[in-house]
Design a protein. Structure first.
Length: 261
């Protein structure tokens, strides 16, 4: 989420704790929903007067600062208590460590409107599902500075990944890296013929890192260029969505490009 935005949106619901982020240009959105079963204890608490539910946001760097040095935290911290206090506008994070030591962090938050991207994966014409490791091994061939990558389909159900190159660039001065993945490397492939989308690689890398470490399947829902691409991870206690804007194909039609959700 820290690769997406500078603020972390928190919303406790009956379905679990939702963590969300959006970038400044509103072209990237990510959400993590941790089900109540993810926690040893999950209490929704009483609602704030005159509201159905409570939402807030904190600075991402402040939140991440609590969880610095993860290897040492794994050895010393036995449990973590997350407590929202609407009356004092504080998010309390308590780390209960060995030998009875408790570290308490009080983060100031702001109440906010609900942050939610509008998308419908059922209406997407193309769908790919694969282990995260397959795609992580593919994108490792692209330089870290690469901004955008193009995902396309080819003959025989093959899926291609290539670095995006502006049409104006001189071919002789531009290095093009393209990889082809066979259909049998995916769990399922349902794609429109000759479909092709271009999206930002930075946020995609971040999701792949998390998915690979968690050993989860990654599902990609996409449509025509200009419409958002949705990356999903689904587990019994976790639901993740990453929604990215895609570049419009202005050459394919004189009509204005469709707006993102």
């Amino acid at each position: 989420l820290s690769r997406i935005g500078d603020e972390l949106y928190l919303e406790p619901t009956e379905k679990g704790l939702s963590l969300r982020a959006v970038n400044s240009s509103r072209s990237a959105f990510a959400s993590f929903l941790f089900a109540p079963l993810f926690f040893q204890l999950y209490e929704l608490g009483s609602p704030v007067p005159d509201t159905k539910c409570f939402r807030c946001k904190v600075h991402m760097k402040s939140f991440l600062g609590v969880f610095r040095s993860l290897p040492s935290l794994d050895k010393s911290v036995e449990k973590c208590l997350i407590l929202l206090k609407p009356r004092t506008s504080r998010l309390v994070l308590q780390l209960h460590c060995k030998y009875g030591v408790t570290k308490t962090h009080n983060l100031a938050f702001q109440e906010c409107e609900r942050l939610q991207a509008v998308f419908d994966t059922q209406r997407c014409s193309s769908r790919l599902c694969a282990p995260a490791r397959v795609l992580a091994d593919a994108v490792v061939h692209f330089p870290p500075t690469l901004a955008e990558v193009t995902l396309g389909t080819g003959p025989g159900g093959k899926i291609s990944l290539r670095n995006f190159v502006e049409d104006e660039a001189e071919p002789s001065k531009t290095m093009v890296t393209e990889l082809w993945l066979a259909e049998d490397e995916f769990q399922s492939v349902t794609v429109s013929p000759d479909s092709c989308i271009t999206f930002c690689l930075k946020e995609f890398r971040g999701l792949l890192t998390f998915a690979e470490a968690s050993n989860l399947l990654l599902t990609i829902h996409f449509d025509e260029p200009g419409r958002p691409v949705v990356f999903s991870l689904d587990d019994t206690v976790l639901e993740v969505h990453l929604v990215l804007a895609t570049l419009s194909d202005l050459d394919s039609s004189s009509l204005p490009p469709p707006t993102n959700g």
